[in-house]
Design a protein around this ligand. Structure first.
Ligand SMILES: *[C@@H]1O[C@H](CO)[C@@H](O)[C@H](O)[C@H]1NC(C)=O
Ligand SMILES: *[C@@H]1O[C@H](CO)[C@@H](O)[C@H](O)[C@H]1NC(C)=O
Ligand SMILES: *[C@@H]1O[C@H](CO)[C@@H](O)[C@H](O)[C@H]1NC(C)=O
Length: 251
């Protein structure tokens, strides 16, 4: 369990508009899937086992669905243009950059039973457990069953997405923390600090100078979460973006 967040410089700039970082909330979003899922919901009580690991190409369909869900959370599924294949091009290049230098997705998996001890594979998966105050229902057993190994009672609960970034103000790279998302069943369990804390720990242990990103001001829970994790918020910057038609003017 990652409890130590090594001293690291966190720089989060402040934005007034909706952004991609999402924490505990009570929206009920499910991606449309075929109606064939039977009543095989899995209810987990008492204790839940978690494994946090780097996503691989075999996770594409799950990442695709989670990215869809975060669009739904922000009411902008109409902007979701990705396909599994375009996401594969984005996230899992044939000649990938060194570990953590390309786009990195950490996936949080849950299971009612213990995970096997992970093997060292670049980033060693983090195993931990959470005591549950209330039962957790995995209501999309087939859709979110992990394809990572042959343990069949593993479900994808959420992700953190980050990548390396550079600045003229530092001679070392930092991480841009792009988004954090949990499927509804797995919110309010305290798993956010595991994800963010793990990214911070990866940064601190590998010579990255910062973990930074955008905190949505309207999302108080998310905002307070990042502040509690040690993130410093800068009021003197506003988030800027050149996109859409305005970018196309530069064609
Ligand atoms: C999405 O729409 C719902 C229903 O109109 C609203 O309650 C919610 O605040 C919206 N979410 C965001 C992130 O704008
Ligand atoms: C199974 O979970 C789904 C999604 O959470 C829910 O809609 C459905 O009612 C659940 N079925 C049972 C039998 O609890
Ligand atoms: C990372 O990117 C942000 C902009 O997103 C920039 O302000 C910051 O200086 C960059 N930091 C590093 C260490 O690359």
């Amino acid at each position: 369990m990652i409890t130590r967040i090594f001293p690291t410089l966190f720089i989060f700039s402040l934005v007034l508009q909706a952004c991609l970082i999402t924490m505990a909330s009570s929206l009920s979003e499910t991606i449309t899937t075929d109606a064939s899922s039977e009543n095989n919901n899995v209810t987990i009580t008492g204790k839940i086992y978690t494994r946090l690991r780097l996503a691989t190409k075999s996770d594409l369909s799950h990442i695709y669905q989670l990215f869809y869900q975060i669009h739904a959370y922000h009411n902008n599924t109409h902007l979701y243009k990705a396909t599994e294949s375009s996401l594969a091009n984005l996230l899992f290049k044939e000649n990938p950059l060194p570990l953590f230098y390309g786009p990195s997705v950490l996936l949080l998996e849950v299971s009612p039973t213990p995970f096997n001890e992970p093997t060292n594979e670049g980033f060693k998966p983090v195993l931990t457990t959470f005591d549950l105050k209330f039962p957790v229902v995995e209501g999309q057993v087939e859709e979110f069953r992990s394809k990572y190994d042959d343990k069949s009672d593993v479900y994808i609960a959420g992700y953190a997405f980050f990548y390396v970034n550079y600045s003229c103000f530092s001679d070392k790279p930092g991480f841009y923390f792009e988004s954090l998302y949990f499927r509804e069943s797995y919110r309010k369990l305290g798993m956010g600090s595991l994800l963010f804390g793990t990214v911070a720990s990866i940064a601190a242990n590998n010579g990255f100078v910062s973990v930074e990103g955008i905190v949505a001001v309207w999302n108080k829970k998310s905002y307070d979460f990042y502040v509690n994790m040690g993130v410093e918020i800068f009021d003197e910057f506003r988030y800027g973006k050149l996109h859409g038609e305005n970018l196309q003017k530069y064609l």
